[in-house]
Design a protein around this ligand. Sequence first.
Ligand code: SF4
Ligand code: FES
Length: 372
Amino acid sequence: MSASVAPSPSVGHPIGLLAELTHRCPLACPYCSNPLALEGREGELDTSAWKRVFTEAAKLGILQVHLSGGEPAARRDLVELVAHCASVGLYTNLITSGIGVTEKLINQLADAGLDHVQLSIQDSEPGSADKIAGYKGAFAKKQAVAGWIKAADFPLTVNAVMHRANIARSAAMVELAVALGASRVEIAHTQYYGWALPNRAALMPTRAETEAAVADVEGLRKRYAGDIVIDLVIPDYHANYPKACMGGWAKQFINVTPSGKVLPCHASETIPGLEFWNVKDHGLDDIWHGSPAFSIYRGTDWMAEPCRSCERREIDFGGCRCQAFALTGDASATDPACYKSPYHARMTEIADADSSGQPVDYIYRRLPANAL
Ligand code: SF4
Ligand code: FES
């Protein structure tokens, strides 16, 4: 462990920890946000290391832990980790594809104190859902898992990533979430980093498709008000303002990778030159306050124009650093989703070119069977 780093008075507490327990996953979604180079099973933190991370997270003031992956159910110690989180007072959310989840596991997680489950679906149409997931039978399996989740009385959020193949069924996905008993549904358009970037030409919807989907989902918001909360994340490539990615860099969230690297955002390894600290060498408190990767884009002092003098700089924090790097080669640039960025027109051109071309097949990535 390193010596303790003196806290900066201007740095508040994080509220959420995304724990990527493993990158192993049976699905092969073409929009996967995990890095191009996945971390293997042999490098994963063991049970005691994860428990220490969760204990430190609670001491740091973190309230919620999102147990994610890959597929977190691939970890044999998942129930033990959930029980530990509950014992130190953390609210736990399991983010799962449902594949590899059994009814017995759901009931064990309930007994261990799991608070919430977030289940991904790929489409409302079974054949398309299985094709997008790259896994035959995924749709049917997820229906069964949703039933077990509700039978165990968990609050359920359904998460659907939208793109060209399913965007026409955005409303049907909300209807499916209602039918599955979800209290919240997140309709989030693909973010083009990680594995989604090489698949961009196969995934990008047209502006007209995007606008129609947004209108459909807004209509359902009125119809289902009081029954289900609908979160809608619109695609940056067809926007005029960026989103406040991560709620601001190193402002609210900490991401720990399977091998213990601590990131300000799940995609930040796409930015070259950042120095990430590891929980094997540093305490979480020291990392939050002292890690170079956290400090570099925290707050607004790092901004150049047009963000530096913009009235929205404390609202969106200049947008997404990973997207700024992916499209401009400079992570400190204004996110090109902003109409004030000199690259904004280029982003629109890319969106139009990628969405209007010939249909393109997905590039899947698959882990060897012995790695699952
Ligand atoms: Fe946000 Fe920067 Fe655009 Fe202003 S100039 S709206 S701070 S991205
Ligand atoms: Fe990394 Fe937006 S995805 S800052």
